[in-house]
Write a protein that binds this ligand. Structure first.
Ligand SMILES: *Cc1c(COP(=O)(O)O)cnc(C)c1O
Length: 461
């Protein structure tokens, strides 16, 4: 039976400017449109189960076996088994190290992909699935506005993928020289544009293009982080880690450093699919709206968001909170207004959260290096500090895995200041220095952008 996807906003009434979408769509439609017409997030109408015996069979197997198990559970009604196997084998060509830190406590390094961030996992699978959603002979044009890392993860993920072209817009003055080089030199079917403006200007250009009838022939699509096609692949590594580490049917704790909550949502779904997750630990940086909510039952977004050294988690109202609330019977909209509160007791049973300051993040990087000779970067350190807080508070000695979401070499100054180390960059990042490419500049005028798209995009193979 085929899963259908509905909008988290379907129960909203009388909200200005929103006309609720009460229908449902297929996975392919959810993948290509990204967001529901009422600006809600798509959710599957039921969650498939997988058996513990199927999970245990993944022990000792390459990562893509786990990805295939999850992909089949969600997608077998819409994609052939052959396509699914090709997608996951092609997407996951890098390792997923599980490092033992001390007995029963592990670090899962999700930093071995092309941009050395866990976002590679989701983006690569999504890109390949999209390639199989085209009309025969048709092309899809992805537009992405980025302030840095997401754009490169998406760009690298779509590189060389059949039938899809990607145009990335980034704000000229808001990306680091390294990020700029990375974005400008991906090559092949990936083009980047340096916009004389801010991130919001880039986002506006993309929004206007999506709304422009004259461009509809180009099959424009997005690849942003709220796409369910990026959540589903993030279920896989929890199942993979469990299969490699757990004895019999023991329970496991995961600590997931969290910003927009997409990664943690993968763990929440894994548990609901049947994985014996005792606790999902979701530490945040100083953007503490969620830990405060769990403690007090009142939700108040942090606005503007606070700038911390774990900068990919500087989020004052996590976009995927709407999905978490929905799973626990609540509704929150894009602006952070709560229309119905979720079941707090139930949420507390499964989820633990704590805010980790920059000070504690730095202390953690130092302490973990001194004690175990293991190098964490700021996001992973937030995860580690959160796990320690949880284990202390709850006297829990269960099997635990902390996710390291980026490679420490992406934070050379911070690591050098704290540990005195000059880390060697992984090969994928080193390769960027030797890549050639030129910058394409543009104003923030929509007319210029439209002219560029009309001259450069194609809609057929
Ligand atoms: C995006 C990101 C996060 C946060 O993940 P969410 O899914 O947004 O919670 C954590 N660490 C790194 C390195 C990231 O790039």
């Amino acid at each position: 039976m085929s899963l259908r996807y509905y909008s988290t906003n379907r129960n909203l009434e009388n909200v200005a400017g929103v006309s609720t979408f009460t229908g449902s769509v297929s996975f392919k439609e959810a993948l290509l449109t990204g967001q529901a017409p009422d600006e809600g997030l798509f959710m599957p109408d039921s969650i498939p189960r997988i058996s513990l015996s199927d999970i245990r069979k993944l022990n000792g197997k390459p990562y893509w076996y786990a990805a295939l198990l999850v992909a089949r559970a969600f997608l077998s009604a819409e994609f052939s088994d052959e396509i699914l196997e090709n997608v996951v084998r092609d997407a996951y060509t890098f390792s997923v190290p599980l490092e033992k830190v001390y007995p029963e406590v592990y670090l899962m390094r999700l930093d071995q992909g092309p941009t050395a961030s866990f976002k590679d996992f989701a983006a690569r699978m999504m890109a390949r699935l999209m390639s199989h959603c085209r009309r025969p002979g048709g092309r899809i044009n992805i537009l992405v506005a980025t302030s840095g890392d997401t754009g490169s993860a998406v760009g690298e993920a779509f590189k060389g993928v059949a039938g899809i072209d990607v145009t990335i817009l980034y704000p000229e003055k808001e990306v680091s020289p390294r990020q700029k080089k990375q974005l400008d030199t991906i090559g092949q079917n990936i083009k980047s544009i340096s916009v004389d403006g801010k991130f919001d200007d880039c986002q506006n250009l993309v929004k206007q293009a999506f709304a422009d009838e004259e461009l509809s022939k180009f099959n424009l699509s997005s690849a942003n982080s709220i796409n369910f096609g990026r959540i589903m692949p993030q279920i896989v590594y929890y199942i993979y880690a469990y299969a490699q580490l757990a004895h019999e049917d023991e329970e496991i704790v995961f600590s997931v450093p969290s910003g927009n909550f997409g990664n943690a949502l993968g763990c929440e779904y894994a548990r609901r699919m049947g994985l014996p997750v005792a606790k999902l630990v979701m530490p945040t940086n100083e953007n503490d709206e969620f830990p405060i909510f769990l403690a007090t039952g009142k939700y108040q977004k942090v606005s503007p968001s606070r700038a911390c050294i774990s900068n990919a988690m500087n989020v004052g109202h996590p976009s995927n909170l709407a999905r978490f609330f929905e799973l626990y019977g609540g509704t929150v909209d894009r602006s952070g207004n709560v229309h119905r509160y979720p079941d707090l007791e139930k949420m507390r049973k499964h989820v633990y959260s704590v805010s980790v300051s920059d000070k504690l993040t730095r202390e953690t990087i130092k302490a973990v290096y001194e004690q175990y000779k293991i190098v964490l970067e700021p996001h992973g350190a937030v995860g580690w500090a959160g796990l320690q807080a949880y284990r202390k508070e709850c006297a829990d000695a269960k099997l635990a895995v902390c996710l390291e979401t980026a490679h420490p070499a992406k934070f050379p100054e911070e690591i050098h200041n704290l540990l005195g180390l000059n880390l060697e960059a992984p090969q994928s990042l080193k390769d960027i220095d030797g890549r050639a490419g030129s910058t394409m500049n543009m104003t923030k005028n929509y007319a210029d952008f439209k002219k560029y798209l009309q001259a450069n995009l194609i809609n057929k193979e």
